[in-house]
Design a protein around this ligand. Sequence first.
Ligand SMILES: Cc1cc2nc3c(=O)[nH]c(=O)nc-3n(C[C@H](O)[C@H](O)[C@H](O)COP(=O)(O)OP(=O)(O)OC[C@H]3O[C@@H](n4cnc5c(N)ncnc54)[C@H](O)[C@@H]3O)c2cc1C
Length: 387
Amino acid sequence: MLAHQDDFDVRWCKGTIAEEIFAPWKREIEKVGGEVFGGRRVARVELATGESNKRRSRVVATTRDGDVVEEETHEADVVVMATGVGAARGIIASSPDLRDAAGLRGFLADPDPDSDDPDSSGIASTSVIAVRLFLDVAVTLPCKSNVWGGFTLGASRGSKNGGVEGVTDTVGTEDVAGTFFDLCALHDEYRDLKKASSDASDDVRSVIEVDMYNAGSVIDLDDETLVEMALRDILTACVRDVAPEIQDAVVVDSSVLRFKDGVTKFAPGSAVALPRTTPAGLERAMFYVAGDHVWQGPGSHGARGLSQEKALVSGMAAADAAAAAFGRIAGEESRRATSTTTTRAPARILDVEPDEPHVAAAKDALRAADALEAFLPRPPPGFPPLF
Ligand SMILES: Cc1cc2nc3c(=O)[nH]c(=O)nc-3n(C[C@H](O)[C@H](O)[C@H](O)COP(=O)(O)OP(=O)(O)OC[C@H]3O[C@@H](n4cnc5c(N)ncnc54)[C@H](O)[C@@H]3O)c2cc1C
């Protein structure tokens, strides 16, 4: 948001990711003879280069039918782990071949924001709640994407802490913050809702999504309470002066999604812990990482942070790395390539716009300070850092 103030940091997909990205991708895979398995959870990975010393790697997954959990094993030449931070932590912890890799250590390390020791830096995760409100009033927000923070969640329900069981006084005001989006302005499928419709049963006039980050303290509240918080404590409090119609809005429909400890938390010191596409220590293992938590920094693609764009770009990078290892990228040498290996060009990944000048200048200044600090003698223990 800071780097490109006019257009947020990410591009929005004009439709659902399931329809626009995953369905065509699945069709392509099936066209070339591949099969996509659903309803399975990866439990652990055994690498061909690891302890098992097998010719191919193995992915062990579990299926669940009621209370019955079964394990199945899939052999693989290439493994791309693209599960998100929470699940990756579990898979790595139960996979001895992954646990020892230097480039994956950050998943298991306890994130300590005060430490400058790279080995003690971990990848933190946080809880997020997404509340989608379908309202009976056409609410016109001045901005499509908005940031909020500093509200007492539960206040609309009465007492000091809102009278909501389980919500402490400090929760709303200090710890939970987030974003809200006018989905009628962002998603084609809701574009025409604000126009009056002749269909009397079609009573939704606005769709607004309120996302709550760092929401561990309220994630166990029931849906009804969270919807009320989103509409009254957050949305109404933010926009009642610029969109007074919000005060009469009634929730016609809603959805509440919870992501418990499942979302990457980009905290100071976490950058060194993020995995590369090919994690350090697994250069020969044909094991790659994709997702919004892949390392970002100078030389990497400009898509940053918690975004679908970054997840997509990192997936393309992982696919290219795997294809290159098999000699399938035109111009890339590989001892696995044979005379019949077919090649393709690398994925075409469009770059993002350059940083705005003030952001570029701040980054340059910080890098210069870091470089200077590296030349200075280390201060004695307990001495405050120079920068
Ligand atoms: C509330 C909220 C709002 C957001 N809003 C936006 C936004 O407006 N714009 C934007 O660009 N980004 C947004 N993001 C961020 C975006 O959703 C993520 O950055 C993106 O989804 C990350 O993609 P991913 O593929 O890395 O991980 P995920 O989307 O988390 O996908 C991981 C997949 O792995 C599967 N999985 C998990 N465990 C296992 C296992 N053991 N075995 C097999 N599969 C497993 C999961 O089911 C899931 O399908 C938002 C995120 C949240 C939570």
